[in-house]
Write a protein that binds this ligand. Structure first.
Ligand code: SF4
Ligand code: SF4
Length: 402
């Protein structure tokens, strides 16, 4: 055989392949190349199966299909040749996924599950006198208020919950929502109790609930707490801004269409200092989402991933993992688009959480488990599945990148 040598791929390059395509993604330069030639795909598979090093000779390299592949790799610092020494195969520290924790072992579930929770969303009450069109759907996409037939979160269960959360080592955020929180007389008592938790508190109000509540909002000043007013339209905006004196309050503008974006753009010309963010949601606005939210290939260039990001995408959904939701009737959810995993009137939070750790939980909903992403070569590089996708029951909010 003519001129034996080894061709290797650098350890910082991630390789993925599906039936008809293969991708090599360089986690240092963030460049990637997709190949669809069957010979090249087979060669890439061999490379991956042989820990990124494969013996080649001049005949292999000069096969026209592989010549282009190898030249692309060499020109872009994805790989190189190394001299052949009989009996000594070079070793590349190719990326392997090692999952330390076993999510299917009962012991692990019971002992370690509370360490996984870092964000808790609590609905303190469920009643509200308004009738927003989005009430039944928006809360399944973003943190926002919703009605629930149960009026208020039971005080004694609330105290027990705080005790339990105190022992959760990674617990860092607690979101407080209603119903109409402005009509919940005990809100300040509950929030004061939350101050003892070593976690950032975020309290959400819907702007339509706030007009008669501005004086209280102005006086709210809790430790380690952010208050957010959400606008679904800009009806009350001027009145609220005129009366609001609490500079610590942030704003969220919910976006459904281009009209919303234009109005907010005009308004921001007058309020330069506003601390705000935009939250797009689905509300019979597929065309808008397709135009402005769906990902395309440019997003992958901008979305600079390292090997840890990719490994994480292989095993869990970072949009969902570690988050739990508790409604005012004490139902516990790992995701509000799924069925409850427990109820705090019957069991502890830890007992409910054991039900969040299973193969089909949203915490572990990787793109390799859903159609059509499982057949797409970008499935580990794409952003994780989002609530928007769960609500739409469409797992590929992309422009046909597959
Ligand atoms: S203000 Fe919030 S809770 Fe009340 S109806 Fe509207 S979305 Fe539902
Ligand atoms: S959303 Fe799914 S189908 Fe679309 S590019 Fe990403 S992985 Fe591929």
């Amino acid at each position: 055989m003519k001129n034996l040598k080894y061709f290797y791929i650098e350890p910082y390059v991630y390789i993925n392949y599906v039936k008809h395509k293969a991708i090599l993604y360089n986690t240092l330069s963030h460049k990637y190349f997709i190949f669809d030639n069957p010979d090249v795909i087979n060669f890439i598979k061999d490379l991956k199966l042989n820990n990124y090093v494969y013996e080649v000779n001049d005949d292999t390299i000069n096969k026209t299909e592989l010549t282009h592949f190898i030249k692309t790799m060499l020109d872009n610092y994805f790989g190189d040749f190394v001299k052949h020494v009989p009996g000594i195969k070079p070793f590349v520290f190719s990326p392997h996924i090692v999952i330390k924790e076993k999510y299917d072992e009962q012991d692990f579930i019971y002992e370690k599950i509370t360490d996984q929770v870092y964000e808790v969303t609590l609905f303190l009450n469920g009643n509200c006198e308004f009738n927003c069109q989005h009430c039944g759907t928006a809360y399944r996409q973003i943190n926002t208020c919703t009605k629930n037939e149960s009026n208020i979160f039971d005080y004694n269960i609330f105290l027990k919950l705080l005790q339990q959360l105190n022992g959760f080592r990674q617990f860092s955020y607690i979101n407080i929502l209603g119903g109409n929180l402005t009509k919940f007389n005990l809100l300040q008592n509950y929030v004061s109790l939350l101050e003892k938790l070593n976690a950032k508190k975020i309290i959400y109000f819907n702007a339509i609930q706030c007009i008669e509540y501005i004086e209280i909002l102005n006086s709210m000043n809790y430790k380690n707490t952010i208050i957010i007013i959400q606008f679904y339209d800009l009806h009350n905006f001027e009145i609220i801004m005129e009366k609001l004196k609490n500079n610590a309050i942030k704003f969220e503008f919910i976006i459904k269409d281009m009209n919303d974006l234009q109005k907010i753009d005009e308004l921001l010309n007058h309020y330069h200092q506003l601390n705000y963010s935009l939250k797009p949601i689905y509300q019979n606005n597929m065309k808008f989402l397709q135009e402005y939210i769906f990902t395309d290939e440019n997003d992958f260039y901008e979305n600079e991933l390292n090997l840890n990001d990719i490994k994480r995408n292989l095993v869990l959904d970072s949009n969902f993992f570690g988050k739990i939701f508790i409604t005012s009737n004490c139902d516990v959810y790992e995701n509000l688009n799924r069925m409850p995993i427990g109820n705090l009137t019957k069991e502890t939070l830890k007992e409910s959480l054991a039900n969040a750790v299973h193969e089909n939980s949203s915490w572990f909903l990787t793109r390799s488990k859903v159609e059509p992403c499982c057949n797409c070569v970008l499935n580990t590089l794409c952003p994780p599945v989002s609530n928007l996708e769960l609500v739409l029951d469409k797992m590929n909010l992309c422009h046909g990148t597959n």
